[in-house]
Design a protein around this ligand. Structure first.
Ligand code: PSU
Ligand code: MN
Length: 308
């Protein structure tokens, strides 16, 4: 799509556009985590602090969202506040994106639509908390997050703390393998499980240096191997949750979801909310800590990649 076409729909913040033009490091951030992933006011605090971490490292933050039908790449403080407080925001995966734009609605970007947005804007790195994936029981529900398909087809590195075990982590890794998406562990040999550092699922490649991950990005895309890379960054030890506590909370959340007949796009937010309630809010502190940890790695990766 030509830029004039894109301008019909998209507002790229000036500092983001300037950084992109000058080939300076930019990192995209999602907004579902703000609108549907965390309660107010922790969500605003988290969103603003992520931007501050990036800025301090010399990286321009580009939080993505759809506001009144305009695709936003880079939000003002007021826009972040709006995403954190308005009840009138649709959790938007890829199927929702054009509908929200065409009808002037508000959409929070999931990993899937953050990738779509980053691709349109030309941003090669996205930082998030955890990616969506193949849900437990997907062999009958077919509930597989669109996040994985956008990862399969867009040239982007997504920094995350793995995925929650509300999902089937083994099947998620198999799915990514089928679609040719490398999943690399940062300072780990194992896929992290979001709240905990370990999942029992081995990864093929461990990287200890963000610059080497930047080399991997460059090599992959120079070779015409289109699609994303998952950079799995375990939660810091001190912030991790007790494995037994979190697994019990997840089991309870899954049980409640089934009892209440929750499915489809409601599934992930419902499970996240129930886990938060069952753990008495301690999961929220872990969640915030891992997002900051991912943001720091994203900053280092963006700087290394911009030098390539
Ligand atoms: N996992 C989390 N926190 C989140 C999400 C996932 O631990 O906030 C959000 C992300 O925006 C992710 C989306 O892209 O949920 C996946 O939703 P679904 O499973 O409906 O595709
Ligand atoms: Mn789903």
């Amino acid at each position: 799509m030509t830029l004039s076409n894109l301008e019909q729909y998209m507002d790229i913040a000036q500092e983001v556009q300037e950084a992109l033009d000058a080939k300076k490091p930019v990192v995209a951030l999602e907004s579902t985590i703000i609108s549907h992933g965390m309660p107010y006011p922790k969500n605003v605090e988290m969103a603003k602090h992520c931007e501050a971490i990036l800025r301090e490292a010399g990286v321009v933050p580009a939080t993505t969202a759809i506001i009144n039908g305009r695709i936003k790449v880079g939000l003002t403080e007021d826009e972040i506040e709006f995403m954190a407080t308005s009840k009138d925001i649709i959790k938007s995966s890829t199927r929702d994106y054009a509908h929200i734009v065409a009808n002037g609605l508000n959409g929070a970007t999931t990993v899937a639509t953050s990738i779509v947005t980053a691709r349109l804007a030309g941003i090669p790195i996205l930082v998030t908390g955890g990616i969506g994936g193949v849900h437990r029981g997907a062999e009958t529900t077919m509930d597989i997050s669109r996040d994985l398909q956008e990862l399969a087809t867009s040239d982007i590195a997504v920094v995350c703390a793995g995925c929650k075990s509300i999902l089937d982590i083994g099947l998620t890794l198999e799915y990514l393998e089928t679609f040719g998406v490398p999943v690399v562990g940062y300072e780990t040999e194992e896929m992290p499980a979001f709240f905990t550092r370990r999942s029992g699922h081995k990864l093929d490649y461990r990287y200890d240096d963000p610059a080497k991950i930047a080399d991997l990005m460059k090599a992959k895309w120079n070779l015409g191997l289109h699609g994303g890379i998952v950079v799995a960054n375990p939660i810091p030890e001190k912030d991790a949750m007790d494995e037994v506590v979190i697994e019990k909370a997840i089991e309870e959340a899954l049980h409640d979801a089934e009892k209440e007949g929750i499915s489809g796009k409601e599934s992930t937010p419902f499970l996240l909310q129930r886990v938060l309630e069952v753990t008495g809010g301690s999961s929220l502190e872990s969640n915030i800590a891992l997002v900051y940890n991912n943001t720091k790695l994203g900053a280092a990766l963006a700087k290394a990649y911009a030098e390539r």
